[in-house]
Design a protein around this ligand. Structure first.
Ligand SMILES: Cc1cc2nc3c(=O)[nH]c(=O)nc-3n(C[C@H](O)[C@H](O)[C@H](O)COP(=O)(O)OP(=O)(O)OC[C@H]3O[C@@H](n4cnc5c(N)ncnc54)[C@H](O)[C@@H]3O)c2cc1C
Length: 473
């Protein structure tokens, strides 16, 4: 896409009032934080982390055994991190999409897809059961082709999926695609009608918090777990103003340094950014269609994801994936005007009919990227501690599955989940710096080149594919 001075200036103008905070967290319904732990605590299960991973784990633990005494600690506030600032695409896929799943676990993919679909159904059922007011809409998602080679890839993906017996997929030609959502850049699409729901991410986290409290989970916010050590028959976690003794511990700490040190090398923080527009007028809405309100993503390696909110704004995110040397999570990385400008230019290229629309919010967040682009699981301290991380930008739905896996592992149970190769095996860890930084930088450069060269993958990407480290959205 060639960017003219006029386009750059219009994009910059559209951003001048954008607040550098996640739109979702600004909601008037945001609950107040629960008090921090002061003193000592005891429980059967301690859950560390108040994002979806921790919240689902606590909720499922109570559903499995209402008598279990469950405590959840959160270092800041429930849902402030990835869970309150994501795109709100809640996907059935546990493998970061069919392509990644097929490349890594071809034999067990049908089972993974079945478990993923059941997981999404269970999320939908929980939304109804606990009245989770999170704008849940099972509209599906369309992978959009904006280049001819992407159209071929979508056709191949469709054939492969149909051969494997997957249902609910629909190929859209250019006219059908533009009839769903109108952009002059859209050449076609592949609509997964049942495999994705759209939701308000922060409201889901807050709703889960309420449901946990109703089931008797004790929640302490502003309570970081500082270390984790064996203590008698269980474990002890130290916090600034108290100690917690727990028979079992589940870690849902995502991209943040794990309390089990050896887990840290399996993820690196990669920053992803998003813009939110002001609400569209009736005429603006009519100019893009989008009556069926699906989530959309384009099919490039450096892809955009976009969707419409309950109050008719458009969220537009993705494309840049920023890794900072040293692999630290820092609040200052959440704001990146250079990326906002690029995203705004791409937005108006996609929807020129929305010229003049302004962005109200722009923000970023860290993604727990692992080398196989989908979650890994494990235990420590003789099975008394379980962890799940590495969702790599597709954890809104999959974290509930991860919570179930952690509970299976802590119970020492053999289940359909714990038998999976995906659960039993770990990804390759990342090398230390400067190798990690160089490797990620070369891969990003190569992916951008592939996008510009009709999808052709260069020698580096082919070598990464052979090593099982390749990423192809
Ligand atoms: C910008 C962006 C867009 C995204 N879009 C999508 C999307 O559309 N669809 C999708 O599926 N996924 C998306 N994701 C990814 C998704 O948001 C995550 O996979 C998911 O929220 C992970 O949930 P979590 O609970 O594991 O992590 P988090 O939400 O990060 O929660 C972890 C929590 O643990 C707490 N914590 C960490 N260490 C400690 C400690 N020692 N003691 C106490 N508390 C601790 C943290 O404070 C944090 O609140 C996106 C992510 C980002 C950043």
């Amino acid at each position: 896409m060639a960017v003219t001075r006029a386009m750059r200036s219009a994009a910059a103008h559209s951003l001048t009032d954008a607040q550098p905070v996640p739109f979702w967290l600004e909601d008037p319904g945001r609950p107040g934080a629960h008090p921090a732990l002061a003193g000592d605590e005891r429980c059967d299960l301690l859950v560390v982390g108040g994002g979806y991973s921790g919240l689902w784990t606590a909720l499922l633990a109570k559903e499995r055994d209402p008598g279990r005494d469950v405590v959840l600690i959160e270092g800041k506030e429930i849902g402030w991190a990835a869970s309150g600032r994501n795109g709100g695409f809640c996907a059935a896929s546990l493998t970061h999409g069919l392509g990644n799943g097929l490349a890594r676990w071809p034999d067990e993919l049908p089972r993974l897809e079945k478990l993923g679909a059941a997981n999404l159904d269970a999320i939908e059922a929980a939304v109804a059961r606990y009245s989770l007011d999170c704008d849940f809409e099972r509209t599906g998602e369309i992978d959009v082709a904006t280049e001819p080679h992407q159209l071929d890839e979508l056709h191949e993906m469709y054939e492969e999926a149909v051969d494997l017996g997957f249902e609910g997929l629909e190929l859209l030609d250019q006219d059908a695609m533009r009839a769903e959502v109108h952009s002059p850049t859209f050449l076609g699409g592949l609509w997964d009608r049942r495999g994705v729901a759209m939701l308000h991410p922060a409201k889901l986290a807050w709703g889960l918090k309420r449901a946990c409290l109703e089931l008797g989970v004790r929640i302490y916010e502003h309570t970081p777990g500082l270390d984790l050590v064996a203590a008698g028959p269980g474990m002890a976690v130290r916090t600034p103003y108290g100690r917690i003794l727990a028979r079992r511990v589940a870690l849902g700490t995502n991209v943040f340094p794990s309390l089990v040190k050896r887990v840290r090398a399996y993820t690196v923080p990669v920053y992803d950014y998003a813009l939110m527009t002001e609400p569209l007028s009736a005429e603006q809405l009519a100019s893009i269609g989008w009556k069926n309100r699906q989530g959309l993503g384009d099919s490039a390696n450096q892809f955009h994801y976009f969707r419409i909110t309950a109050d008719h704004r458009v969220l537009w995110g993705g494309y840049d994936a920023i890794y900072k040397y040293g692999g630290k999570v820092r609040a200052e990385y959440d704001d990146r005007p250079a990326t906002y400008l690029k995203l705004a230019e791409h937005f108006f290229d996609c929807f020129p009919q929305l010229e003049g629309l302004r962005f109200s919010h722009a923000w970023g967040g860290a993604i727990d990227t692992c080398s196989r682009f989908s979650a890994f699981f494990g235990t420590a301290h003789g099975g008394k501690v379980a962890y799940a991380a590495g969702y790599t930008g597709l954890g809104v739905g999959a974290t509930r599955f991860g919570g179930d896996v952690m509970l299976d592992l802590l119970a020492g149970e053999r289940t359909e989940r714990t038998e999976l190769e995906m659960v039993r095996k770990k990804p390759l860890p990342f090398p230390p710096e400067p190798v990690a930084w160089a490797g990620i930088g070369i891969t990003k450069w190569a992916l951008a080149r592939a996008d510009a060269n009709g999808g052709r993958r260069n020698l580096w990407l082919k070598a990464m594919d052979r090593a099982g480290l390749g990423f192809d959205s």
